[in-house]
Design a protein around this ligand. Structure first.
Ligand SMILES: Cc1cc2nc3c(=O)[nH]c(=O)nc-3n(C[C@H](O)[C@H](O)[C@H](O)COP(=O)(O)O)c2cc1C
Length: 186
């Protein structure tokens, strides 16, 4: 089973990116998307695709191909001013009209240094995923509070509960793929 993992943070020492790297250690079948910062701003004038061919910017084509070839997606996002980062929204905007993400299970993680775990960004992203894919199970969502106490300055997860939560989330994602997306509990 192939999974694409996306961190919504561009920060070099990002906790969300550390979570994504930890997921890849748990499951080596996970690929990490690395071009979030290079994607052009969404512009419908250059979103140029049909069912047969895609003449949109090359990095957009690659993002779409990456999404198309995986069974599931996991996103870990910071919360900026109660929202998801603009770069992450931008990437998702490119997927709205092309449809590769439709029917594909997405797990949503938000990680914040606050005690709320980026819960507002988590809800925003869950709603976006619902718009893009049609559905999302609550079992595919995780808020990580006080993340700076759970990941050390080398990006290693030092909190066993968080590690277990990530393993459970990944298992839930794989189970959702196996049992067929639309049979997932809502
Ligand atoms: C501009 C800015 C806005 C932020 N807004 C929020 C917020 O609304 N809620 C929250 O919980 N944390 C907020 N934070 C804290 C981030 O969640 C925290 O810095 C987190 O570690 C960023 O994720 P990263 O480590 O993956 O880069 C904000 C941080 C910045 C820099």
């Amino acid at each position: 089973m192939k999974i694409l993992a996306i961190s919504g943070s561009l920060r070099a020492k990002s906790y969300n990116s550390a979570i994504i790297r930890a997921l890849k250690i748990i499951d080596t079948n996970i690929d990490i998307y690395k071009d979030l910062d290079k994607l052009p701003f969404f512009n419908a004038d250059i979103d140029n695709h049909t069912l047969e061919e895609d003449n949109s910017p090359v990095l957009v084509q690659e993002l779409r191909k990456n999404i198309a070839r995986v069974d599931a997606i996991v996103i870990s996002t910071p919360e900026y001013a109660f929202e998801i980062p603009g770069v992450l929204k931008n990437a998702l905007d490119w997927l709205v009209s092309s449809g590769e993400i439709v029917d594909k299970p997405v797990a949503v993680i938000s990680a914040s240094t606050s005690g709320m775990g980026g819960d507002k960004a988590n809800i925003v992203l869950m709603n976006l995923v619902k718009v893009l894919t049609g559905d999302i199970s609550k079992e595919l969502s995780l808020c990580v509070s006080r993340v700076n106490k759970k990941i050390d300055n080398k990006g290693k997860i030092i909190d066993k509960v968080l590690l277990d939560e990530l393993k459970t989330l990944l298992n839930n994602l794989k189970l959702t793929v196996k049992k067929g997306f639309y049979e997932a509990d809502i």
